[in-house]
Design a protein around this ligand. Structure first.
Ligand code: ATP
Length: 507
């Protein structure tokens, strides 16, 4: 699996999806650039989210708030005091880690041990193997399970009590070794604030210390009244926003999974007090359905309800996707109560309430948040789409192909337009078809190399359709269409292409 991940990272670079930032200067940690295909995929993900949130919900509207915000916003939100990661250093390697991530990895190790045990037995017993029974009765599995539960209980308690000494003690008791040096020599755990800061204005005027926003949500909260009043919005309603966020992450690893500059798609849904948990359940179901609608495999998604609730929440869950390195959070859904609006009311001294004509009273609305990282979603889609296949090549010989089975609606290029040869008027005819279709979806013209090579290139970037223009095309106004996943080819009318492809690449 690790191997698949490495290949995916290499593939992302080779085919213009993701580059390391400032690569010619040896890169900048946990910052990435999106290349010619990556930017298309990313834009398509954002559009797919935006359209399903804003266009398909009458009571959800959009917003684009600034990255810079008044510094008091982050006092009110709690980020100045509480947006901290527990850090620990290994004294020998001088490497820095997040204590909570080390402990999560430790628990995952026990899961791995148990899975190996199951795998071995399944091989041995074949069809008659009953996994549930085996897990419940095998002494080695039982022992590992018990240890994992012990760690888990201590971990949750330490997080809830914000007990840094106990976090370190867990690492020491279970002899966690430094992944780099293999030693067990740890410092104390200390807190580290994740916000980047900078200065606004010249020092002569008295510069203002401001932060790069670590989430887009606060821009929505401080605009609640602006949108509600100017849009004459009635509760329940939502405000959606897509934008950059910045976190000075310590454990920068796993490619674009954890970045220091990333993008979020967030929606804050405002509801009357008392109705928030019912709406939490509704959005939970709606968001899961949205992910599954992309056809990446229903079994690859699961909910992970939180053991530890943030100070502002009364319910929280993650939607996790099975990445090559295990199930990981892609989206968070939180019931944030009236915490944020109440805090902003207090810190700004401005009233932030809603008059409810049905209840005939004013109150501070409650909030359900759905928050998804564009880059994490990008990674999950890339990971799910990446396939290596053995196929029949020239003269019936087996060859391998790498194909990105991206959902057509997200694929960077929808259609490759390929003249069979660079002569006999075929390129002109291909150009004419392309000029007609390019207003409807992203087409790419390609005349270089053999047709087989061109197909492979488009497989590698996930183009769902290729058409070839040949010597019969002019006479009967048809082309050969080739489908990426099945590699089946058929003859279709040029006039039908717009609908045939358009229907499958739109939402
Ligand atoms: P994690 O536990 O992985 O640090 P989080 O719980 O802090 O994530 P939230 O604050 O709930 O994340 O942010 C919402 C979403 O934003 C996450 O589900 C994730 O998709 C995305 N996200 C958060 N931090 C990062 C990051 N450093 N890089 C990329 N995406 C991120």
């Amino acid at each position: 699996q690790e191997d698949v991940f490495k290949k995916l990272v290499a593939h992302s670079k080779e085919y213009g999806f993701v580059f390391q930032s400032s690569e010619i200067y040896d890169g900048l940690g946990a910052v990435y650039d999106y290349g010619q295909n990556g930017v298309e995929l990313k834009n398509n993900i954002k559009k797919y989210w935006w359209d399903s949130m804003v266009l398909l919900h009458e009571n959800v509207v959009g917003l684009d708030s600034a990255i810079f915000m008044h510094p008091t916003v982050w006092k009110a939100s709690g980020h100045v005091d509480a947006f901290n990661d527990p850090l620990i250093d290994n004294k020998d390697s001088k490497k820095r880690y997040r204590a909570d991530v080390l402990i999560e990895d430790l628990m995952a190790k026990y899961d791995g041990k148990m899975d190996k045990e199951v795998e071995k037995a399944a091989k041995k017993f074949g069809d008659s193997f009953d996994e549930k029974m085996f897990r419940e009765t095998n002494p080695r599995i039982q022992e590992n399970q018990k240890k994992k539960e012990e760690i888990h209980a201590r971990f949750v308690k330490a997080l809830n009590d914000n007990d840094l000494t106990e976090l370190r003690q867990i690492i020491v008791d279970y002899e966690v070794v430094c992944p780099i040096s293999g030693t067990k020599n740890w410092t104390d755990v200390r807190q580290f604030n994740l916000m980047f800061s900078t200065e606004m204005g010249s020092t002569a005027d008295g510069a203002l210390k401001i932060f790069l926003r670590p989430e887009t949500a606060q821009g929505i909260f401080v605009n609640f009244l602006n949108v509600q009043k100017t849009g004459r919005m009635k509760l329940p309603f939502g405000i959606a926003q897509i934008g950059k966020a910045f976190r000075n992450e310590i454990v920068a690893r796993q490619f674009i999974f954890r970045m220091r500059e990333f993008e979020q798609m967030e929606m804050q849904f405002f509801v009357p007090p008392g109705e928030e948990l019912a709406w939490f359940e509704k959005w939970k179901a709606a968001r899961m359905k949205w992910h599954k609608s992309l056809g990446m495999g229903d079994h690859k998604y699961r909910f992970h309800d939180h053991d530890k609730l943030a100070h502002y929440a009364n319910a929280a869950t993650d939607i996790e996707y099975e990445m090559p390195f295990g199930f990981k959070e892609v989206e968070g859904i939180h019931s944030r109560t009236d915490f944020d609006l109440t805090q902003h009311q207090e810190f700004s001294g401005k009233k932030i309430t809603y008059f409810d004509p049905e209840r005939n009273e004013s109150y501070v609305p409650y909030v359900i948040e759905t928050s998804i990282g564009v880059d994490r979603m990008f990674l999950s889609i890339m990971a799910g789409a990446y396939c290596e296949e053995e196929v029949e090549g020239k003269d019936g010989k087996k060859e391998s192909r790498v194909v990105m089975k991206l959902p057509p609606v997200l694929a960077p290029v929808k259609l490759a337009v390929l003249p069979l040869m660079k002569k006999d008027g075929l390129p002109d005819m291909a150009r004419a078809i392309m000029d007609d279709l390019k207003y409807h979806f992203n087409c790419q013209y390609d005349e270089k190399d053999s047709i087989g090579k061109r197909y492979r290139r488009h497989d590698a970037i996930g183009t769902p359709f290729c058409i070839t223009i040949d010597h019969d095309s002019a006479a009967d106004q048809t082309v050969t269409i080739r489908y990426r996943d099945t590699m089946k080819q058929e003859r279709v009318k040029i006039a039908d292409l717009k609908h045939l492809i358009g229907d499958q690449v739109s939402m």
